[in-house]
Design a protein around this ligand. Structure first.
Ligand code: MTE
Ligand code: CO
Length: 431
């Protein structure tokens, strides 16, 4: 891109040769493209190009203004939000990731949704202890310093609360991807595998289950089969490169890749090896899914393939009018990678393959795009994820046929947004 294009040169000499230089530059840039998308407007006099703007007239903040940086003040609306009527108290509640404002696959730490049963525990790193006991050769206690002496790994995983989309079982309810699908985040975790930790303690042959316990008032005790623990579980002390946020379990949380969020015990303080799941803690040891016939499914830990279009969506209408339009969204599977995402503009009658972009990791969010020329037609937008095990994301009706409408958990049905001709979008269902 030519120097004239940076704006600084043209701002310094609004009426001088640089303006002509800018137009010339624009012409050259245009000539270099084979065929434009039509996304830009034709160059015409615009004070934002030709006039010196305030931000070029004065010095800005110095390097001491923000020792820990924050997003631009113009992005102040990009925040976690909660739904007040959902819970009686905010300390046993949930807020939602603003997925309609994000791109790529990584969730910035400050907007990772929070789900607490007893609020955020505030633990000083020097007071942190992790105990391993039960059916082990050596009962052990680790300080944070001890954990930092063990070999580390880095992995990107999504965490989805089993209750994500749970309010939508009986019909379209919440008007925004943030609220229907925002109980999810995707971070790079740095930590130590449970395999490494459990090897230190030596699991006895009959040790087939693990109880994980949090240090907060809820304890959040969860039973995890030893097979999963030794497969890919880890304890993490860093997320996206920095220390875990207090909300996410500082200083250490459990990472249970691809499995429902409630097992990812935060403020982890104890791992007990046993020979059975902890039935005496039945009421808290797992979630269940109530079926159409009144029976309940248990131990439904895996999060099945799911996707959602984040833009456009009710909180993110199409603002630019007709013409080139980018549809984007997220897809994920607790089983592995996403092999393909399809997009429908007409409520699932016709499907076209979307474009995946960005790294494709196991049990991680995947980003998809679908570019098309919008003529102002009303749309019934849907996305459908297919994972590398061949599982195809079901419609909501197909799910209800099997699961009824009394469930809260594991709603991975296809979401529909009705896009009106003015670009506004609405949560609807089609059948
Ligand atoms: N761990 C503890 N100790 N206490 C909790 O309340 N909530 C669980 C899980 N781990 C919880 C916990 C639930 S239900 C979910 S969905 C995830 O943490 C949410 O993780 P997050 O707050 O990082 O989004
Ligand atoms: Co949860």
């Amino acid at each position: 891109m030519s120097e004239e294009f940076t704006g600084r040169a043209s701002a310094a000499r609004p009426d001088g040769p640089s303006r002509r230089g800018f137009l010339r530059g624009a012409g050259l840039a245009g000539a270099g493209l084979v065929a434009g998308t039509g996304a830009a407007r034709a160059a015409s006099p615009d004070p934002l190009i030709t006039e010196v703007q305030p931000w070029a007239q004065f010095l800005g903040d110095g390097v001491d203004a923000a020792p820990y940086g924050k997003p631009s003040r113009h992005e102040a609306h990009v925040i976690r939000r909660n739904v007040e009527w959902l819970t009686a108290d905010t300390s046993s509640s949930v807020n939602f990731t603003p997925i309609h404002e994000l791109d790529g696959i990584i969730t910035p730490n400050g907007v990772c949704f929070e789900r607490h049963h007893a609020g955020v525990a505030d633990i000083a790193p020097q007071d942190y202890r992790l105990m391993i006991n039960g059916l082990v050769d050596r009962e052990l206690v680790f300080t944070l310093q001890d954990l930092l002496r063990l070999p580390r790994e880095n992995h990107v995983y999504f965490l989805e609360c089993a209750a994500n989309s749970g309010m939508e079982w009986r019909g379209a309810q919440l008007n925004g991807a943030q609220f229907t699908h925002g109980m999810i985040h995707n971070c790079m975790y740095t930590g130590v595998t449970l395999r490494t930790l459990l090897n230190e303690a030596g699991v006895k042959p009959e040790g087939s289950w693990l109880l994980a316990e949090g240090a907060d008032a809820s304890a959040m005790s969860r039973s995890i089969p030893m097979e999963k623990a030794l497969d890919d579980c880890m304890i993490a002390f860093k997320m996206n490169g920095e220390a875990l946020r207090p909300e996410q379990g500082y200083p250490v949380r459990l990472v249970v890749p691809g499995w429902e969020g409630n097992m990812w015990v935060k403020w982890l303080r104890r791992l007990e090896v046993g020979d059975a799941p902890w039935h005496h803690r039945e009421e808290t040891s797992k979630y269940t899914d109530l079926l159409a016939d009144g029976r309940a499914r248990r131990f439904t830990w895996e999060m099945h393939a799911k996707s959602v279009i984040t833009n456009p969506s009710p909180q993110a209408p199409i603002l630019h009018g007709h013409g080139p339009t980018v549809i984007t969204g997220l897809a994920w599977s607790g089983v592995g990678k996403i092999a393909r995402v399809d997009v429908s503009l007409d409520g699932g009658r016709n499907w076209q393959q979307a474009r995946l972009s960005g790294p494709s990791f196991d049990k991680s969010l995947h980003r998809f795009y679908f570019e098309f020329d919008w003529d102002g037609r009303e749309l019934l937008l849907q996305s459908r994820a297919i994972d590398d095990a061949g599982y195809v994301q079901p419609t909501k009706d197909a799910l209800r046929d099997f699961r009824g409408v009394s469930s809260v958990y594991h709603n991975n049905g296809i979401q529909t947004w009705h896009v009106h001709s003015n670009g506004e979008a609405e949560n609807v269902e089609v059948s």
